[in-house]
Design a protein around this ligand. Structure first.
Ligand SMILES: NC(=O)c1ccc[n+]([C@@H]2O[C@H](COP(=O)([O-])OP(=O)(O)OC[C@H]3O[C@@H](n4cnc5c(N)ncnc54)[C@H](O)[C@@H]3O)[C@@H](O)[C@H]2O)c1
Length: 442
């Protein structure tokens, strides 16, 4: 069985099924397709499946060409019919891993998907989880479901591995194929198969001892980011009080050719990963009576940043003899980071909420988000539309808060048109303020 699948992989004659066609699954599907493999995308979201079949783009930075090419290809298919999982040799799971209302891991997507896979599992299948999750998920949660429902044994009748996704959406320097893949297998054969399979499409594999080590690698990478972002956010607040420009400090510090890595402060943390993933370890650590104080502290500093931004906006308006209450505020950038259309966990929503609580009237501009789509967490803002960029619209606000520094915004124009700008991202760097109460750093 092992040799049969290995031969198929070596000849690139295997078929890959990817479950979850979002920010991770779609570029992964494209990567394997590019290398000549047969790919089938699975999703419970009918609109994504239809978009893929019809060549319509639904993730801006991936572009239209990719979707059109996939739609035309006879090596790519997409479906909501999960019985077709049996057609695939390898099944990759890229489903969400959010936090629930109590900020604990919401494993429901992994559990449901694993149950679906288990009903369609056959001998020789290779199953790989790519979602970010707590160490132990593959072996403690998935394997029992897969074995129970299928009657097959992991590592013997079917193979299983974990390999975290390291996608950086919108980063033009890296695509999925160029980012080395960490892989942990249930046993030696599971690892060998998974590594050989990824090596058909991805530059390099880094095999590790087991699935839980690979799961821990991904969390470590994201905790590293969360803690370092919290550090520069804290430094920003402290240096600001001392009238020191944190951006100038970080730029100069990063001239050190060793022992320093530059992180950039901002209005808080956003996205589907950094604000969430560290707490998967916090949750699991409790089982071992261990505490994750760095993670908690970083979370505290980062979640307080929107309040800091609102406070700075209040100070800025004060200098203009205005109060937040009753002021019209334009917030620029709803996406959680520049040049993407992803507003998940964006700190801008928190800034909206806090400004509204203080009685301000809020509008936003985001070139990538024309309208706020419905979300459970930010239902109040559903349907609100981005304003149109022109002098009449922009100049009427009492203050503008730059929350995300998309690179296609004309900040010189913004500086000309606005009287008071609160900049959380150093977007106005190099532009001369009109007067001393024009630009504020936050
Ligand atoms: N977005 C990133 O930059 C990034 C980077 C690295 C890792 N990750 C991790 O990858 C995983 C996926 O993240 P994403 O950003 O691609 O999420 P996403 O929300 O963009 O996509 C997930 C997809 O899974 C589908 N789905 C949900 N339940 C399903 C089910 N039961 N069966 C089939 N499909 C189902 C959804 O409809 C959606 O299309 C998460 O664990 C995330 O933490 C994300």
């Amino acid at each position: 069985m092992l040799n049969h699948l290995l031969r198929k992989i070596e000849k690139k004659e295997y078929r890959i099924g990817i479950i979850g066609l979002g920010y991770v699954g779609l570029p992964l599907l494209w990567t394997f397709h590019n290398e000549g493999m047969q790919v089938i995308g699975f999703d419970i979201d009918k609109t994504k499946v239809e978009s893929l079949k019809e060549g319509r783009s639904y993730i801006k930075h991936l572009g239209k060409n990719m979707m059109q090419e996939l739609a035309k290809s006879n090596r790519c298919d997409a479906t909501t019919d999960f019985s077709r999982l049996s057609e695939a040799d390898a099944i990759l799971m890229c489903v969400p891993t959010p936090l629930d209302r109590h900020r604990e891991p919401d494993m429901s997507f992994i559990v449901k998907t694993t149950e679906t896979v288990s009903k369609n599992l056959r001998e020789g299948h290779l199953v790989i989880l790519e979602s970010t999750t707590w160490p132990g998920t593959t072996e403690e949660l998935m394997i029992p479901i897969l074995e129970k429902n299928s009657g097959l044994k992991a590592g013997k009748d079917f193979y299983i591995a974990y390999s975290p996704e390291r996608e950086d959406p919108g980063n033009p320097k890296f695509n999925t194929a160029m980012i080395p893949k960490v892989v942990g297998g249930y046993g030696a054969e599971d690892l060998e198969l998974a590594v050989k399979m990824y090596e058909t499409a991805i530059v390099k594999c880094i095999p590790v001892s087991n699935c839980k080590t690979a799961e821990a690698v991904k969390l470590t990478e994201n905790i590293f980011r969360s803690v370092n972002i919290a550090l520069v956010n804290e430094l920003k607040v402290v240096f600001h009080a001392m009238d020191i420009d944190v951006h100038e400090v970080l730029e100069a510090a990063s001239s050190k050719p060793f022992g320093f890595m530059k992180f950039t402060p901002g209005p808080g943390l956003g996205g589907h990963c950094i604000p969430i993933d560290p707490f998967y370890l916090t949750w699991k650590a409790r089982e071992f009576e261990r505490h994750t104080r760095f993670i908690e502290l970083a979370g505290e500093v980062n979640t307080n940043m929107p309040s800091y931004v609102v406070n700075q906006t209040m100070i800025a308006l004060n200098k203009h003899h205005k109060s937040l209450n009753g002021s019209n505020i334009l917030v620029i950038g709803l996406a959680y980071k520049p040049d993407v259309d992803d507003m998940r966990e964006s700190p801008t929503f928190k800034i909206f909420d806090l400004l509204k609580e203080m009685g301000a009237n809020i509008s936003f501009f985001d070139p990538y988000i024309p309208k706020v789509i419905p979300t459970r967490e930010h239902a109040d803002w559903t349907g609100v539309e981005s304003i149109v960029w022109n002098y009449e619209n922009i100049s009427k606000f009492d203050a503008v808060v730059i929350s995300t520094n998309h690179s296609n915004i004309d900040y010189t124009e913004l500086a000309d048109w606005s009287e008071c700008i609160v900049d959380t991202r150093n977007a106005l760097n190099g532009i001369k303020p009109k007067n001393e109460i024009h630009f504020f750093k936050a």
